[in-house]
Every structure is written in C-alpha cells, then in structure tokens.
Ligand binder design. Structure first.
Ligand SMILES: *[C@@H]1O[C@H](CO)[C@@H](O)[C@H](O)[C@H]1NC(C)=O
Ligand SMILES: *[C@@H]1O[C@H](CO)[C@@H](O)[C@H](O)[C@H]1NC(C)=O
Ligand SMILES: [Zn+2]
Length: 589
C-alpha cells in the first residue's frame, strides 16, 4: 500500500531543514538544544496527526489506508512448457491472421435480435442462430469435440469443461467459473447502411480494425473466449475447476429466451451461490488522471421504463379545447425535463472506489476532488429520499455526462405517440420514459417524483391521476411501469487477499503491466448477468481487451454506425481469458 506522500514529506523534512541551519562553528550545546527542540516538535506533530486521524474519519492530508490495494501481476505457478508456448503463440503473426479470419467470419453472420420477436421455433427470424452455431462448431473443433455442448431453449449455448477435482475433497474451493457473451447483435436499420465506411456485415479488416455490427458488442468477447479455450485444450490444459461458457442469444432484447433459460439450467445444477465467478461483457479501460484504469463492472444501475398516458375528451378540432391530450402530455414532459435527479455518490457506488483509487495511485488526480473525497461523509439520505446536496458528486459530475450518469439517476423520454387524424382531438397521448437508477436509490424515487409532477398537471387540467395503481378511466393521467429492476448487488472488489477480483486484477496487470490500476467500475446499462445474481456474488462485467497504442479504447460504434474492434485489443482479450482461466483454476476461491 502506498503511503501518503505528504506524510513522508513532513517526517523527513524537519530534521533536514534543522540540520541545514546548523553551522559547524556553533557550540555543541546549541546543536543539542536545536536537535531536542526538533525532536519535541516532531513528536508533537506526530501525536496531533494521529489524534486528528482518530477523531475525524480521514483528513485531507491522510487518506484512509488499505484503499484500492493492487495485487501483483499474476501468472500461473504450474509453469507448463506447452502452455507457456501457447501463450506466446497468441502474440504471433500466425495467430493474428487466424483470429482475424475467425472473428471476421462471426461478424459476417447476421444475428440481429428485435424487440418484437415471437417465440423461439415460431418466429423464423431466430433461425439465423442455427447458422451461427454451425460456424462456431466448424471454427473451434477442439472445443466442440471435447466439451459437453448443450443447446438451451434451442439457441442458448452452454459448454461444460468438467474440472478434475469437482467431486473431490476440496470441492468447496472448486466452484465453476462462468465466461459469458451473447451471440446476438442490435439490428442495423436499413436507412443507416449507406453511412457505414465498410458494410455492417462485411467483417472487413483494414489493417487495424475489424468492422461490422457485433465486432465490439460482443462477438469479439465470444470469439476471444473460444480462442482461449481452444488453445488451452490443444495444449493439454486440464482444469481442476469446472469451466462453463454460457452464450445467450437475445441480450439486446431483454435476455429471457437466452440468458434467462441458461441461468435456470445452471441454477438447477449448481444452486444458490454455486459459482465461483462470472465474467461477462462490460466496461473496459479508461485513461484518466494520467493513469490507465481497468474497470471491471461490479454493479449495474437499476432501470425502469415508465409509460405516461394522458386521456382527455376528443371531439372535432374546429371547436377545440384549450389543451388536447398531446398538449397536456407535452406540459408534463416539459416539467419532468425541467429538473434532473440529484447527483449523489453513495459510498457503495463503484465510482466512489474509482475516486479512491485515483486519489491513491494517480499522480494527476485533481486536488479539488481529492479534498472533497477526504471530506465526504456517508449521506443522510435513505434510498427513497436523496437528502442534502453532495458536493463530491456534483464536482465529479462536471467531468462530463459519461461520469455524471455513473452517479445520478437518468431520465430520457424516448417514445411518444398520439393522434390519428388532423381534424380530431386525440383521446390519448402516450410517452415512455427510460430511467437508470443510481446506486443507493430505488425505482420508488422515480415513481414518487413522477407521481408528484403528474399530480400537479392532473389537478390543473381537472383529470384524475392513476399512478401505478393499475386502474384506467377516461379523463385521467395514467402512470404504469411495465419493466423495472433495482440496481444489482455489488460484487466484492478487495485486491488485498485471494478473491475472484484479485485474480482478475492480477491477470490484467500480468498483461498490461503493473502501472495499470484495476478499479471497480459501474455499468449504466444492463447485461445478461442480471439473471445470475443468485448464482454468485462475484460478477464482473468486463471487456478485457485494450491496445495501449490506441487510447480510444474498446466499444467503438456500439449500437450505431461504424462499429469496429481494434485487432490488438482483441488479441489481448484472448490473452486475458487464457491467463484468467489458468489463474482462477489455481486460486482457492
Ligand atoms: C425461457 O424462455 C422463454 C421464452 O423462450 C421465456 O418465456 C421464459 O421466461 C424463459 N425462462 C426463464 C427462466 O427466464
Ligand atoms: C372537473 O371534472 C368533473 C368531472 O370529472 C366535473 O364535474 C367538474 O365540473 C370539472 N371541473 C372543472 C373546473 O372543469
Ligand atoms: Zn452486448
């Protein structure tokens, strides 16, 4: 643990300055007195510093100890010649051209999912996943010959590599590892195809990037996992711990068909808390405060979509009412957008941990944030009442919207509908508002605020308010929340002992060097891991690929045009999975 540099400074500098003032011509007595005074001063200031730390939580000049401990770079101890050779092979030109071909091939298979898909087996649009599986089977022969492959709900893929010791005496140390990714991609709207530099299903390689829908969200992750597994199999690795690969096929539209069913099968087999660790797609790397951070997501914000419907009388528009349903809905939306949810940094929020990591390890950490961080107190807020303004959160949010929404509930009016005819006043107008709920708050915060705002508008227009009560009548404003989930449990992320987090962090530092700081991260979006909360506390949403030469990092163009992945970044992801599987196999977690 690095100590506070200012403290060293204080202890060392006084004897030094005192010595400087002492001229050799002065009598010994004076010299002794000065030394004595110096010693007394030191002892006193030390005592003051100690009591200061005991009383307060932590002062600006003494951040708490044992924060953001970084495990050493972690390499497997069972040095095995063949596996070391395989690890080296990942960096070779031969492997590079092979994996470009394999990832490009995967991108070329159009596996879009849509929000309006029907049942598997009925809606023919699911059938693209048969072709995708055939491609995987022929591209990774060792995986498909050696591992048990099960198709869950037709297209969900569950691979089991049975660990040797799974039934042995130390089985408690050998819960399975799960590596996840999804086979599907978001659709490419037809009218955007022309805007792509390379066509979205081309898998084109331009010397640096592979282009196409799914190239970075997240066929790269799926292929990297399979590449690493294939190499481990080919080079004689025999896991002590069971390794599961779980690939859903509708992550981009809720995930029930895929991950929902996969997790149910895994749960039947291994039970509550039956897994050692889950790694799924997620956050990657960030260069900030002069430091490279890897940010495996240890939590997801909550989310809820609220439908707002205004029902008011119709009639001929030649004799209109002053405010139609559309006008009233607009007034409501304007009021909702007029204020935002407060920025608030709960101490359990992984971004709080990142600030602590920054204060501890980043040379260019902003002094203002450092000061506010040292003064931060656990908020007096309850989950449903945000409490006083939070100066640390407000200052941190100034770094930009990407940071702000790590520590603030978001609201976005994304869908609006109403009106059918130009000469008829609409009897209904409806909007859907998407929210991502801050750590430490609940969806109830959102419902309470919308109820209050809608109540005012309803009174003004003499309408009845039905807020989340399931009722519906004419002349009313209705609030309904068909989809909601609270924020996820927070995965433990202590780098000081042996834990899934420290194995992950040690593997990252083995690949990228020990100047890389691994901090917990937070996801503003959801992943398939939401079906795995009961299965383990140790869930990490992590994109392990990074190219130090390309600071833009991963996740380029996801959900929009020109999605692409840097091949160096992809190759480092293969290294990560290769190393992580071996490291976690040895760890007693
Ligand atoms: C399994 O998938 C079906 C639809 O294919 C869905 O209705 C069901 O809820 C899923 N099961 C789970 C446990 O999510
Ligand atoms: C409000 O609506 C009620 C019926 O819903 C009606 O009796 C009343 O007269 C209305 N008041 C105003 C001010 O329009
Ligand atoms: Zn994804």
């Amino acid at each position: 643990m690095s100590e506070n540099p200012e403290k060293h400074h204080q202890i060392e500098i006084y004897p030094h300055t005192h010595q400087k003032r002492i001229s050799s011509r002065r009598p010994l007595a004076v010299w002794l007195v000065v030394l004595l005074l110096g010693a007394v001063y030191l002892a006193l200031s030390h005592a003051v510093a100690l009591s200061w730390r005991d009383n307060g939580r932590s002062s600006a000049s003494s951040p708490p100890q044992a924060v953001c401990v970084q495990p050493a770079a972690l390499f497997p101890s069972d040095a095995d010649g063949k596996l070391e050779e395989a690890y080296g092979h990942i960096s070779s030109d031969a492997f590079r051209s092979k994996t470009i071909e394999r990832l490009s091939g995967a991108v070329q298979i159009k596996t879009e999912t849509f929000d309006d898909l029907g049942e598997v087996g009925e809606d023919r649009r699911w059938d693209v996943f048969f072709g995708f599986y055939d491609y995987l089977e022929k591209t990774f022969p060792a995986v498909h010959q050696t591992l048990r492959v099960e198709k869950i709900n037709t297209h969900g893929l569950l691979y089991t590599w049975q660990g040797r010791d799974s039934n042995g005496l130390d089985a408690a140390y050998r819960k399975p590892t799960v590596l996840m990714a999804h086979q599907d991609t978001v659709p490419v709207p037809d009218d955007t195809i022309d805007a792509w530099t390379y066509p979205p299903w081309s898998g084109a390689y331009d010397g640096t990037f592979i282009w196409g829908r799914g190239a970075s969200d997240c066929k790269n992750q799926l292929i990297a996992i399979l590449e690493a597994t294939e190499l481990l199999l080919q080079h004689g690795f025999q896991p002590k711990r069971t390794l599961l690969l779980s690939f859903g096929f509708d992550e981009e539209s809720f995930g029930y068909h895929g991950a929902g069913n996969l997790s149910a099968v895994i749960h039947d087999r291994y039970g509550d808390d039956g897994l050692a660790v889950v790694i799924d797609e997620g956050a990657g790397f960030e260069n900030v405060w002069g430091t490279l951070f890897a940010k495996p997501g240890t939590a997801e914000k909550g989310s809820t979509n609220v439908e707002v419907t205004v029902r008011s009388p119709g009639g001929h528009s030649s004799v209109p009412r002053d405010h139609t349903s559309i006008g009233i809905l607009s007034e409501l939306i304007t009021q909702i957008e007029a204020t935002q949810y407060p920025a608030r940094l709960d101490e359990r929020n992984p971004y709080f941990a990142q600030l602590q990591c920054g204060a501890t390890h980043a040379a260019a950490f902003p002094p203002k944030l450092r000061k506010l961080l040292a003064r931060h107190r656990p908020s007096n807020a309850s989950p449903d009442h945000p409490g006083h303004p939070d100066p640390l959160a407000i200052e941190a949010a100034k770094q930009g919207p990407e940071i702000k929404y790590l520590l603030q509930t978001s609201q976005a009016v994304d869908i609006v509908a109403g009106g059918v005819k130009v000469n008829a006043m609409p009897e209904r107008a409806k909007a859907v508002i998407n929210h991502r709920v801050n750590i430490g708050e609940t969806t109830q915060v959102v419902y309470d605020r919308l109820t209050r705002i809608a109540g005012g508008v309803a009174r003004k227009h003499n309408l009845t308010l039905h807020a989340f009560d399931g009722q519906d009548e004419a002349d009313s404003i209705l609030l309904v929340a068909p989809h909601s989930s609270e924020s996820s449990p927070i995965s433990p992320a202590d780098g000081s002992g042996v834990s899934p987090f420290s194995v992950l962090a040690g593997s990252v530092r083995a690949i990228y060097g020990e100047e890389t700081i691994v901090t917990p991260g937070i996801m503003t979006g959801n992943t398939d891991t939401r079906f795995f909360w009961d299965l383990t506390k140790h869930i990490f949403r992590f994109a392990p690929g990074y190219d130090p030469e390309d600071q833009v990092g991963g996740l380029r163009g996801i959900h929009t045009i020109n999605e692409k992945v840097n091949v160096n970044n992809h190759i480092n992801a293969v290294k990560f999975f290769f190393l992580f599987v071996r490291n976690i196999d040895e760890a007693e977690v």
